[in-house]
Design a protein around this ligand. Sequence first.
Ligand code: PMP
Length: 435
Amino acid sequence: MEQAQIQLSNRYIDKAPEERTLADFVIQRRPEADLFAWTQDFYESVEYLNRKGHNLYRRVLKSANGRHVEIEDPLTGETRKMLMIGSNSYLGLNVHPRVVNAAKKALEHYGVGAGSPPHFSGYYDVHRELEQNLAWLKGAEEAMIYPSGYSTNVGIISCLTGPKDIVIIDRLAHASIIDGCLLSGAKIMTFKHNDMNSLERVLKQTEHKKDGDRLVIVEGVYSMDGDIAPLDVIYDLVKKYGAKLMVDEAHATGVIGKTGKGSPEHFDLEGKIDLVMGTFSKSLGGLGGFVAAKKEVITYLRYYSRAYFFAASPTPMQVAAQNEAVNVLREEPEWNKKLWDNIHYFHGRLKEEGFDIENAQTAITPIVIGDTVKTREVTKFMHENNVFVNPVPYPAVPRKKDRLRLSLSALHEKEDLDLILDLLKEADKKWQIRK
Ligand code: PMP
């Protein structure tokens, strides 16, 4: 690939293109009133990275996202087959025949769209069935589904908390949690990632606030580090200080817990957590989100959560597929077991070889490189060797924590993991990426 030959106008950002990050172009820093003031600078930065082969986002897939994928190579224009280790479908249920067939059957029966939001004509027998299945999955009284995981977080938090309340969130909280908090107008307080002393300090400090309530929001498994929140300790603290608790199960569902049901099962807290939120877009292989809670809370959300009330229902075929995915989780424990065999094997080998995987405990496996340019180079190297990995540079993670984010799946075989490890070792010779 030839070097980038692009003239940068540097109208507002006087920085080498390799040093520019997404943090440079956030709206708060826009230099002029004009909405599009610096889209030119940004466009040129993206083009520069494209030409260097350093922008491997939005690669075009031309096949199902399984163990292997076919992609249109942005560097050569050719179609290539690659080993996929960058999908959040941790159990491979997006391509599971039972799940695919459930979608096909529902498509034949119901057609394509739901036709309406749930309160009007967009609520079908398959929606009801899925709600009941999800309540079972999370050990809750009731559940409801949203069009996406993102809108679930925004919808729940902005509905239940308002300007008098305080939301207490982990510093690594997902964007959808933060956006829900911002929309609610509640006061946002943070605690250090998974640090229980820090959480307790915030709870103590806010203990005497009487005119509003406090909602602690954590993730069962964190999306960038793959570590597990100590939900048992968090639950005890929240009870001790009289607050409420919400857990985001995006990366925990299908992964942790004796039978893969997620954090409530893992910590023996089924039925005890105030709000259990999840997505269908990871282990369950599809699209959409849900929340499980007491029936009174769910009924209130059904009427007042704007992201639910004012949005079209997820399509019947999607919902039928998700319902079957939950059934597969219950009836075919081998997928969860295979995922854990892969996690134990791969994490063990990576640690033996001296790679920095932070405190990864689940399917999400960061390989911390600590330098944005090296991270891009290694991503390109993996791409050229037919392995699809995702780079996560600053500001998605803290400075000097730039990384590859690998996602293990039940579809991987040991030989795939060995191949990836060999490539990482080769990359290390060139870019020194071990600890
Ligand atoms: N919460 C967390 C922790 C997530 O990682 C994500 C997705 N990246 C979401 C919520 C949003 O879910 P979805 O992508 O299904 O909208």
